[in-house]
Write a protein that binds this ligand. Structure first.
Ligand code: ZN
Length: 319
């Protein structure tokens, strides 16, 4: 049976947050704001602008409040930020951010060692964040990092992931992202987990977030697509990493995913040429090679040209 895919998907550009937070070279508020406006103009429906966490922990994100104050927010585009606690909601209110995202690690071992509670118990403590966000007309979603594997656990059990999903639902969250920060997910596993959670929790609006650490990012996206998932995080030029994971790579590059979708006839609403221009600028701003096939090879459609006559003859002869 041929696989079927959704006709239309939504992509969130997470480069300004997930990408840039792992880079030594920092963008000024003006630079970040300019990129974010260009990303919106290229057609992205959702952009992860930054995070409201401790500037000591993540100095690259210290200007997130100022970035929110600087950007011209385009109608119909969602500008979201990562938060860790109530302080994050307060910062969102103060700077005009209308969408925040919480995160918990699915690693029980990691959570117990650092926070002395299980991931589901961590999520239960988010209730005050959800209430305050809702009181202030701020949308709120939750993400589960290490949902497909973690460096601290032999295995992340689907039961653990389900318990976290239920904890999110119990505090009033209906939009959940499954994230593979450790780059350990593989396609058959992604398909199985996606299938299970979609059947079990039909009211949840799902996101998938893959890092391309072992080259399986785009295959994992395809596995999600085949299970009817329609919302994915990607990063311009494939920029990014994860401070806890040795050798971690960035998210799958936005242009690689938009290109794949264009070839497959899946609508993203994103202008690939404009996106590639943005990603080229980001890569040259950073001054080092990034994980983007498209930036290296260009679009497949750009290759199509006439066969030179001489070569054509040789080809026939050598048959
Ligand atoms: Zn990530």
């Amino acid at each position: 049976m041929a696989l079927t895919y959704p006709k239309k998907i939504r992509i969130c550009e997470v480069g300004p947050r997930d990408g840039m937070q792992n880079e030594k070279k920092m963008m000024t508020t003006e630079e970040k704001a300019r990129y974010i406006e260009e990303i919106a103009d290229a057609g992205f429906p959702v952009i992860e602008v930054g995070s409201f966490v401790s500037p000591k922990a993540v100095p690259q994100m210290a200007n997130t409040d100022d970035v929110f104050r600087s950007i011209r927010q385009k109608e119909g585009v969602e500008y979201r930020a990562l938060i860790a606690n109530l302080r994050g909601v307060d910062r969102a209110i103060a700077c005009g951010c209308k969408k925040v995202k919480l995160n918990v690690s699915a690693s029980v071992a990691h959570n117990l060692a650092n926070l002395n509670c299980t991931p589901a118990e961590s999520v239960a403590r988010f209730k005050e964040c959800v209430e305050k966000a809702k009181e202030n007309q701020i949308g709120i979603s939750g993400s589960i990092s290490m949902a497909f594997g973690s460096p601290w656990d032999k295995e992340i059990r689907i039961e653990t992931v389900c318990r976290i999903i239920e904890a999110y639902m119990a505090v009033g969250i209906r939009e959940i992202s499954l994230s593979d920060a450790s780059g350990m997910a593989y396609p058959s596993q992604v398909a199985a987990i996606c299938h299970t959670v979609r059947e079990k929790y039909p009211d949840v609006s799902w996101w998938l977030h893959f890092h391309n650490t072992r080259g399986l990012g785009i295959a994992n996206i395809l596995a999600g697509l085949s299970e009817g998932f329609t919302q994915f995080d990607t990063s311009f030029a494939g920029v990014g990493g994860c401070p806890f994971v040795p050798g971690a790579a960035g998210n799958v590059s936005s242009e690689d995913v938009v290109h794949m979708c264009a070839e497959m006839g899946i609508e993203t609403g994103i202008d690939l040429d404009r996106l590639m221009e943005i990603s080229h600028h980001v890569a040259s701003f950073l001054g080092h090679p990034t994980d983007s096939y498209l930036l290296r090879a260009g679009k497949a459609s750009d290759l199509i040209r006439e066969v030179p006559t001489r070569q054509a003859k040789n080809h026939t002869q050598s048959k």
